[in-house]
Design a protein around this ligand. Structure first.
Ligand code: NAD
Ligand code: ZN
Ligand code: ZN
Length: 344
């Protein structure tokens, strides 16, 4: 089968031939119908060899959807032909966090060498994907896999980041979204569906700001050195109750801190390497800063439920598997609007 692999540190991904895997006991083989391309892969491909926590080659793709092609021994919850989405942050399934469905925070995954598909285990950018356990599958329930596949990360990650702050998003409140890309343009829709907050989106170019408005942002601001002052002005000087930073670089976390209201949540989702100091004279009173990772199994089911209710519309650019390297190149150059989805 064809697979898109990251094979050499610092080099572009390549389309190669690899054997179709066979499901062992408890595992499920999917014929991949759609796989999303996430900016985290770009970050991983920029790490030096000594920082890579897994060996190469690696089949990329941590957003996956497919139809069940074969069942390993003992799997009874699914049947061949079922259409499913894959919950990506695999855990051990048995620790206290996994018991809550929070496999993204599995207490034993590092020690057991368990890694998500596409981020250590062979990923979804291939014709077939081996899923290690049937509990990592969520039925699509009629959703179009191309539209739904980004929801497994570009939907689930902002959903988790927003849900934990909903109590702060009362009527009259403001939420700021920095970076209206794959995750950010879904975050704007989630904020509109789940809260009465006014949404202000920041990005670098007019195409991204236009998409932000199209998907529900009330205001858009160019992300430059004046952005914080503009957001402050739009909020009558008070700032925002929730700031979601989908870039996470030094300049954006500085903006995030500068627009945070008293008692705000500043949530850094992007892997840009920035950090935000908090302290008297440095930040507004009682600001909470956090850096959440992905989301829980239950939250993925909730996000798919929201999509089924018609609340989410992912802006998708599709590519054949041979063009996956081009999709990565375009993502790296900031030229994807919404999410790139590969159809293997
Ligand atoms: P993306 O490239 O689709 O979107 C990023 C957006 O940020 C783009 O629209 C880009 O124009 C914009 N941007 C870049 N620099 C900016 C700046 N200085 N100010 C404002 N906007 C700027 O990427 P994505 O796939 O949506 O991922 C977003 C980030 O989230 C990445 O860093 C990714 O690694 C990270 N991520 C984190 C998690 C997690 O669990 N924490 C999960 C998925 C992705
Ligand atoms: Zn991702
Ligand atoms: Zn666990």
């Amino acid at each position: 089968m064809k697979a898109v692999q990251y094979r050499t540190v610092g080099a572009a991904p390549e389309v190669v031939e690899v054997p179709v895997p066979e499901p062992g006991p408890g595992q499920v083989l999917l014929r991949v119908t759609a796989a999303g391309v996430c900016h985290s892969d770009i970050a991983v491909m920029e790490w030096p060899a000594e920082a890579l926590p897994f060996p190469l080659p690696l089949t990329l793709g941590h957003e996956g959807a497919g139809t069940v092609a074969a069942l390993g021994e003992g799997v009874t919850a699914f049947a061949v032909g079922d259409a499913v989405a894959v919950y990506g942050p695999w855990g051990c399934g048995a620790c206290a966090k996994c018991a809550e469905g929070k496999e993204n925070y599995c207490l034993r995954a590092p020690e057991l060498g368990i890694r998500p598909p596409g981020l250590g285990a062979p990923g979804a950018l291939a014709e077939y994907l081996l899923v290690d356990d049937a509990r990592h599958l969520v039925p699509l329930g009629g959703l179009d896999p191309v539209q739904a596949v980004p929801l497994t990360d570009a939907g689930l990650t902002p959903y988790h980041a927003i849900k934990r702050s909903l109590a702060k998003l009362v009527p009259g409140s403001t939420a700021v979204v920095i970076g209206a890309g794959g995750l950010g343009h879904v975050a704007i829709q989630l904020l509109r569906a789940l809260s009465p907050a006014r949404v202000i989106a920041l990005d670098l170019g007019e195409a991204k700001l236009a998409l932000a408005r199209e998907v529900g942002a009330h205001e858009t601001v160019l992300s430059d050195a004046d952005a914080a002052a503009k957001v402050r002005a739009l909020t009558g000087g008070l700032g925002a109750q929730l700031v979601l930073d989908f870039v996470g670089a030094a300049p954006t976390v500085t903006t995030a801190g500068a627009v945070a209201a008293v008692e705000a949540d500043v949530t850094i989702v992007g892997l840009g390497g920035g950090a935000l100091p908090v302290g008297f004279g440095t930040s507004a009173y009682e600001v909470s800063v956090s850096s959440p990772y992905w989301g829980s199994r239950g939250e993925l089911a909730e996000v798919l439920g929201l999509a089924r209710a018609g609340a989410l519309s992912v802006h998708v650019e599709t590519y054949g598997i041979d063009d996956a390297p081009l999709a990565y190149e375009r993502l790296h150059a900031g030229r994807i609007n919404g999410r790139a989805v590969i159809l293997p």
